[in-house]
Design a binder for this molecule. Sequence first.
Ligand SMILES: *Cc1c(COP(=O)(O)O)cnc(C)c1O
Length: 470
Amino acid sequence: MTNPVPQTMGQQFGRRSWAEPWKIKMVEPLRVIGREERVKALDESGYNTFLLKSEDVYIDLLTDSGTSAMSDRQWAGMMLGDEAYAGSRNFYNLESAVQAHYGYKHVLPTHQGRGAEHLISRAGIKRGQYVPGNMYFTTTRLHQELAGGIFVDVIIDEAHDPQSMHPFKGDIDLDKLEALVKREGAEQIAYVSLAGTVNMAGGQPVSMANLKALRGLCDRHGIKIFLDATRMVENAFFIQEREPGYAGKPIADILKEFCGYTDGAWMSAKKDNLVNIGGWLAVNDWELFEELRNLVVVYEGLHTYGGLAGRDMEAMAIGIAESVKDDHVRARIGQVRYLGELLTDWNIPIVQPVGGHAIFLDARRFYPHIPQVQFPAQTLAAELYLDSGIRSMERGIASAGRNPKTGDHYYPKLELTRLTIPRRVYTQAHMDVVAESVKAVYDGRERTRGLEMVYEPRYLRFFQARFKRL
Ligand SMILES: *Cc1c(COP(=O)(O)O)cnc(C)c1O
């Protein structure tokens, strides 16, 4: 059904190298502090990289969220902000850009992705309904649960195996979904929550074939599909690369076709859409839109600004058009793969195949002697910072949180440390430095001890939890 996954960019693009489709016009100096200062900074941050000060960080791979470099066009657009309370010109530009590239009819701006998640969860979920999804995302699942929904993971089993080379590890297991519908009844399903490239699985894509089959199943039962479009552009790249029939198609066309099989989408524009702040929510159904447009006024702002300045919406409108260009996406994912290939060559355990936005170090195989309750992925993030001032983040047991019913930790199969690459920010030389630091930490792995959690917030604990060395 699918092509094998190309192992190197060289194989994919022939013998010629790719290069970034831009040149650098402005630079921001970096600073690296000494080892003693790093020890102190890590101690003060409770071994949580979210609590480090940015000025104490050298290469910042915490997240690709809001950390992109904007283009000169986007910055020029910021000067064209129409800061009217209502009906800003920039809103209409944003609306047109979403309609043109994602294809949905009705568009609302929100301050960022979780603002949109909040609204769609409130409007789309009745208390006690199930929300099946292809794995979960932290803020997405929390908003679904706060709205009274019960999240059910219906992703294919391969997604939970960091060594499976399945080309579309983001696919939904239709048998799992069908079984849920049979057991609970279609009216007990709020909607299917589908993410384009599954962050928690390692940035793994969903195939067009899987979505088409999902659409068929949902149509038979009268169930809606809403898309987390945050990294859907990157998903479209993988379809172009791996799925029969899509090799010659522009990413922009694949994106629009994919969205066409869904009923609406929410977006953290801080990722694919190349802005530092912003999000949107878009649906095709007018009645649902009316409700969302009413809710946005309560929680975000009037429906023509949704918590954003006019200039933010302009930068987002321009960013959307830039983000769907083939040369941009190829260079973006190419850089992620470059880092992945260095680590693979050195036999460092990472999630394979390399996904769209990040390298995920497999902390279970990195530290087989550290049990999951001692936070191996959190430990690895701390060790990387100590070694070189590089900041990464935990995606394992700390991120997974606790089951709201039993109060127990969730024990996710994947215990990962994420090196997330911001878009258009770092060079290949930075990637070399990162790879060398991971290697140094790997070489010292046997001497490394785990962590104990000493402070735990109630919601999304990974952001603010504190740890101590065991
Ligand atoms: C970041 C993210 C969100 C939440 O968006 P924010 O802009 O951070 O509020 C939702 N879904 C996915 C997949 C994300 O990566």
